[in-house]
Design a binder for this molecule. Sequence first.
Ligand SMILES: *Cc1c(COP(=O)(O)O)cnc(C)c1O
Length: 395
Amino acid sequence: MKTEAAVTHLMNNYSRWPIHLVKGKGNKVWDKDGKEYLDFTSGIGVNSLGHVHDAVTRQLHQQLDTLWHCSNLVHVPQQEQLAEKLAQLSGLDRVFFCNSGAEANEAMIKIARRYAQKVKQENRFEVITFQQSFHGRTLATLTATGQEKVKDGFAPLPEGFITVPYNDIEAVRSVLSDRTCAVMLELVQGEGGVHPADPEWVKQLRQLCDQQGILLLVDEIQTGIGRTGSWFCYQQYGIKPDVISMAKALGNGFPIGAIAASETVAQAFSPGTHGTTFGGNPLAVTAGLATLTAMEQENAIAKVKELHQLIIERLQALQAAVPDLVPAIRGKGLMLGIQLTVPVDAILAEARNKGLLLLQAGPQVIRLLPSFITTKAEIDQMAEILEEVILGANG
Ligand SMILES: *Cc1c(COP(=O)(O)O)cnc(C)c1O
């Protein structure tokens, strides 16, 4: 029987904005009453080519009329093509497809353990992760996450994760042992406040992993697929990880996740060791291929760098006007954080009233994840609203 309290049948696990979106195109979305919003969130780093991108939509329509699902008991030609493209773009060799970010990180953790235990025949299982990180909501990935709030009430947590301070090589050294199988990190921590990794530290991590014979795992779920101004963020750090995970922008809104690994590490996944029903589904890999092809055709990486410059100039001008309120601007490419000294919720709500969607990353950081097809006029519009609501917060 329906209880009095249930005005909705959805679980109450999200604190949602009071907005009901029904339509999107490019960088604009519309609510059920026809109010228009400028979207500087890309659905949390997902719609990097904007909403309902023409070429991606066309190819998905075609695939919808051709084949939806067929299982991984057979070969799916578009999986081969997308894997080849991802290998080209990443410099890694082998790809496994799944459906989400958390699932990609699960696969990354599993392959690291299995590589140690079955390929190298060592009894290693522990993964070192970092404070303020975010790796997902499954039991293993929330345990890997360096934020207590995602773990609350979910005990007992899986064994084999140890979390230390970010950008601190001694902290990593101090917990290394003959149980360690990998170090896992984001190169720009997204949910944790838009914190880029120190390049020197990342090089030291790579060296340390090589010396110890353990794996470097990079979570590129938010930073990957062009978001930070290179196809993958590690390409700006002069290192090569053993495994990377990706998801968010790979299908421009169609759910898809993946890991890519070196040939050596990929050996750990032999037939029957890991799998998923929906992973690499024809619709999902078609969306992935269409997205990457469109990004190449539209010179996405160059666009991200150009737009970064334009947005950063506006943000720095804002910071210069109210340095006490805005102590820092951080980030890379189109993954940007504005550190404030006050809570940002009310400021973001005011921006929404004025027709601008922005994200936060922790209580005092505004996060911008605009699409790669953002125009100069849209940056001006965003900056004007942002200035109004931030200067408004200054009294
Ligand atoms: C979003 C995100 C995840 C989790 O992805 P889901 O698709 O929500 O499971 C993991 N790691 C990072 C860095 C992310 O930004």
